[in-house]
Ligand binder design. Structure first.
Ligand SMILES: C[S@@+](CC[C@H](N)C(=O)[O-])C[C@H]1O[C@@H](n2cnc3c(N)ncnc32)[C@H](O)[C@@H]1O
Length: 385
C-alpha cells in the first residue's frame, strides 16, 4: 500500500489528528477503496450507460425523461447497485474512521488549540441562524454537518483530517491547501498589479484555503467567514500553528456584517455547490458589495463543470446530490457564471480553469479555457467590482 505523499515533501501541520498505526491503515484502506470506486468501478458503469444510451437511441422513440429512463435501466443492474453502495459506504466509513481517531485524542487536540498569544482571532455568534441548505442534511455525509457545535474544536478536527483523506491526499497532503494556493495564483495570474490590504475568504471552513492567502499576502488583513462554530475555533488554532494571522468570524456569507467596499479581494473555494440557487446569487452579489471599486472577486469550484446532454453526467450529478448530500451540486456545476457575475455588477468577468498551484507565488500561473482534469486545475470565475 502506498503512503500519502508519493514523492512529495511532507505537507502537514501540528494540529491535525495523528492516527495510530491501525487507524492509519484503516484510513489508507478507505482512500484506496475510494480510488478503486472512482478509477475502476465508475468508468465501468459509464461504459454500461453508454451502451444503454446507444441502444435506446436506435430502438426507441424519444423520451420525455431520458435521465430517468437511463436511471431505471441502470438500477436493474447488480453492478450499478454495488458501485453506488460501495461509493456511499466508503464515504460513511471515512468519517467514522476519522471521527473515532479524533475522539481518542480529543484532550490533546484541545490542549494544542489553547494558544495564549494568538496572532489572529475567532468571533462567534451565539444567535447564529444556520441556513436551511446547511442544516437540511449532513453535507458529504459528515455526521453533524458543517454547522455542528458542541463547544469544542472537534468537528473542525474531523473535517481537517477527513477532508485530506476525502481528497485522497492529492490536494496538498494533510494541508489540503491547493484550492487556496490556486485561487491566489489566479489573482497573481490575471490581476498581478493588485496589492490587497484586506482579503476575505467566504465559506472558509477550517481555513485550508484562507491560510494560503495570508501566506501569499503577509501584509494583508485576512478574514475567513463560515457558519460552523467548531470549524471556526479549529480554523483559528490551525492558522496559528501555521504562523498565519487570520480573523475568523461566524457569518452567513450571503449577507455579512462587513461594510460596503471593505475588501480589495474576496474569494470562495468550493462553497457554491454546498448552498442553493438563491444563495449562490446572494453570495456573488455580496462579494460585489464587499469590494472597493476595482477590487477583485474569485470564486473557485470543482473542475467538473456540467456537460448538458451527456446523460451519464446528468445521472452522476443527480446521484452525487442525492447520495452524498450535495445540496446545490447540479446548480453550481451548470450555472452560467459569466451571466451571474455580470448580473451582480462585475465587469471584465473571466471564466475558465486555473492550473493547480502548489505555492501561489511560484505557480504555475496559467489560466485557460480548458480543464487539465481533477486535481490538475480548478474551475474559476473572477471579475472586478
Ligand atoms: C467544501 S467546504 C470548503 C471550505 C473551504 N473554502 C476550503 O476550500 O477548504 C464549503 C464551506 O462553505 C461553507 N458555507 C456554505 N454556505 C455558507 C454560507 N452561506 N455562509 C458561510 N459559509 C458557508 C460551509 O460551511 C463549508 O465550510
Amino acid at each position: 500500500m502506498s503512503g500519502w505523499n508519493e514523492g512529495a515533501v511532507a505537507q502537514t501541520h501540528p494540529l491535525i489528528a495523528q492516527p495510530s498505526h491501525d487507524e492509519l491503515v484503516e484510513q489508507l484502506f478507505i482512500r484506496d477503496l475510494k480510488l478503486h470506486v472512482m478509477q475502476t468501478l465508475e468508468p465501468a458503469q459509464k461504459k454500461l450507460a453508454g451502451a444503454i444510451v446507444a441502444q435506446t437511441e436506435t430502438s426507441a422513440a424519444p423520451s420525455n425523461d431520458p435521465v430517468g429512463d437511463l436511471r431505471g435501466k441502470m438500477e436493474a443492474l447488480d453492478s450499478f447497485r454495488t458501485w453506488l453502495t460501495v461509493k456511499r459506504e466508503s464515504q460513511r466509513q471515512l468519517w467514522a474512521a476519522v471521527g473515532d481517531s479524533v475522539e481518542r485524542q480529543a484532550d490533546q487536540l484541545e490542549a494544542l488549540a489553547d494558544l495564549p498569544t494568538p496572532l489572529g482571532s475567532v468571533t462567534l455568534d451565539a444567535a447564529f441562524d444556520v441556513p436551511a441548505y446547511i442544516d437540511r442534511g449532513d453535507i458529504h455525509l459528515m455526521p453533524g454537518g458543517n454547522a455542528h457545535d458542541d463547544g469544542s474544536i472537534l468537528q473542525g478536527a474531523v473535517m481537517d483530517r477527513g477532508g485530506a483523506v476525502y481528497m485522497l491526499g492529492r490536494n496538498g497532503g494533510m494541508l489540503n491547501d491547493l484550492r487556496g494556493q490556486t485561487a491566489m495564483a489566479h489573482l497573481l495570474t490575471v490581476y498581478p498589479e493588485i496589492e490587497p490590504k484586506r482579503i476575505l475568504d467566504m465559506g472558509s471552513g477550517i481555513g485550508t484555503s484562507t491560510v494560503p492567502a495570508a501566506i501569499a499576502f503577509p501584509d494583508a488583513e485576512v478574514h475567513g467567514a463560515d457558519v460552523g462554530a467548531s470549524m471556526l475555533r479549529y480554523a483559528h488554532a490551525r492558522a496559528e500553528h501555521l504562523g498565519a494571522r487570520v480573523l475568523f468570524s461566524q457569518q452567513n456569507v450571503e449577507k455579512t456584517n462587513f461594510p460596503d467596499g471593505h475588501f480589495d479581494v474576496v474569494f470562495s473555494c468550493v462553497v457554491l455547490h454546498e448552498t442553493s440557487q438563491a444563495a449562490m446569487a446572494n453570495i456573488l452579489a455580496e462579494s460585489h458589495r464587499l469590494l472597493r471599486p476595482g477590487g477583485v472577486a474569485i470564486h473557485l469550484e470543482v473542475p467538473l463543470i456540467h456537460n448538458f446532454g451527456d446523460l451519464w453526467e446528468e445521472l452522476s450529478s443527480e446521484l452525487e446530490a442525492q447520495f452524498n448530500n450535495e445540496p446545490n451540486w447540479r446548480g453550481a456545476l451548470s450555472a452560467d457564471y459569466g451571466a451571474l457575475m455580470e448580473a451582480s455588477g462585475f465587469t471584465d468577468v473571466k471564466v475558465g480553469y486555473q492550473s493547480t498551484a502548489f505555492q501561489a507565488r511560484s505557480g504555475p500561473l496559467v489560466f485557460k479555457d480548458t480543464s487539465d482534469g481533477v486535481f490538475r486545475s480548478w474551475f474559476v470565475t473572477s471579475g472586478r467590482a
